[in-house]
Design a protein around this ligand. Structure first.
Ligand code: FES
Length: 160
């Protein structure tokens, strides 16, 4: 199936392309994938990745490599809220394990699963570059730091 990028996506990608040399369109691949993923309810399909490859003039496999390497990209449908909890060393030392257990219990799902109501997908991620506020998690584009189980409950309660 051939997919064409939306006009809105192309416009947003074009803004990023202005920041790179004209013969280095592939430099915008991370931004392009993020734009396209956001427009597709938080996940990437193969036809969408192919469309990004075509638009940036790069091999499809090079786009797949990027999309499968970074944890911020998802290749299957996700919930409305992606809850990405860091379990790397600083967060581990500062107590991410009980936070993970609390999230799994509270949401009723394991890593890489989506709650039955379609609201939450739980992801385990490497360092979020928020080590100073460990343990940390990301929901959508927002970072939450110095987590405790009570803080997690308060954060989840505020989500519509
Ligand atoms: S180790 Fe968790 S944010 Fe860096």
């Amino acid at each position: 199936m051939t997919v064409v990028l939306s006009y809105k996506s192309k416009q947003a990608i074009d803004e990023w392309l202005k920041k790179f040399p004209e013969n280095q369109r592939q430099s915008a691949v991370l931004y392009a994938l993020r734009i396209v993923q956001d427009e597709n309810s938080g996940w990437l399909t193969e036809p969408l990745m192919d469309a990004v490859a075509a638009y940036l003039g790069m091999p499809k496999v090079a786009v797949y490599e990027v999309a499968t390497f970074y944890s911020m990209f998802d290749l299957k449908p996700v919930g409305k809220y992606k809850v990405s909890i860091c379990t790397n060393i600083s967060c581990l030392l500062c107590g991410s394990e009980p936070i993970v257990a609390h999230l799994k219990n509270r949401l009723g799902i394991d890593f890489n699963e989506t709650s039955k109501d379609g609201r939450f997908t739980l992801k385990e991620v490497e360092c979020l570059a928020a080590c100073g506020g460990a343990p940390a998690m990301q929901i959508g584009q927002v970072y939450y730091e110095n987590l405790t189980p009570d803080k997690v409950d308060a954060i989840l309660a505020k989500l519509e």
